[in-house]
Design a protein around this ligand. Sequence first.
Ligand code: GAL
Length: 360
Amino acid sequence: MKKILALILAGCMVLSMAACGGSETAAPTEENTATTEETKEEAPAEKAEETAEEVAAEVPAGGKVGVCIYKFDDAFMTTYRNALQAILEEKGYEVSVVDGNNDQAKQTEQVNTFITQGVDALIINPVMTSAADTIIAAVKQANIPTVLINREPTAEQMAAYDKLVYVGCDAAQSGTFQGEIILETENKGDINGDGKVSYIMIQGDPENIDAQLRTEYSVKALTDAGMEVEQLDLQRGDWDRNKGQEIAQNDLAKFGDQIEVVFCNNDDMAIGALQAIQAAGRTVNEDIYLVGVDALDAALNEVVNGNLTGTVLNDAQSQATQAVACMEELLGGKTYAEGEQSVYVDYVKVTPDNASEFIK
Ligand code: GAL
């Protein structure tokens, strides 16, 4: 094991010259080449004649990685976890991905099981950031390099362990982009011309900083631009399509034409809201605006078709790449100083002008 670490470290000294996760490099890389060393003892002699690339492609890197996802039944996290698994497997890691079923007690148990099994590294999407202290204490005690993803704990919580890093995005930026999308419409969201933008806010899980900041900054972009706003309703939809549909349906029945903008903290809820909007006989971009976040494929198609005013790319592929790069740096011995434990990937504003570029 020492040998593997030394070799990974050698590779990472080169890699760390770029910011963690900066490289889009798939195999073969220094670390892949290095980790093939580990299997030399058992590798048949003829392997020596193969190129480094061939060996890297065939031989597992040898590291065991445990991945904990807050729940599998989440549209964005499904894209993210598939990207993560593909990158790790392509690099030759032995990967185990588990579903926390949105149950923090269950996830804490899964983390402890991975520790007992002796994984080399963990990638964790916490169920509740308020429980991060418990998780951080456990991985610290076991001395396991850990990357937290998607749900950001506070800097103080992370400071407890220097082999811990968070990879995600700056949620405020996605909220600002949502507000800007509304400001870029012909009437800046004030469809009925009464001098104010009347909106409903369909929020994700409010325990989550993404939900808090998107809610705040989407509206702040409007008020910063001098618009008057009126919040008709704010309800939690927990990132869920059906809840988004129900909330929009009730609000449309209650407030009718007063609603000019429907802000949704994510696309899945926006797609639910769109069903309600269409069922109520309203037309997006004509008598109502609708925005989401994530740039799920279904949402991108609706942007292209004019049924969603816009969305914001939450770049699962880049975040997964960064998370793995950071994990490899931690495996190579890197530690993170307090206040420098968050690594962000940029969001991208998506409107009909550029939506088709993001469709896979
Ligand atoms: C957000 C994403 C949501 C949901 C949430 C889970 O970043 O926009 O769709 O996946 O993470 O924490």
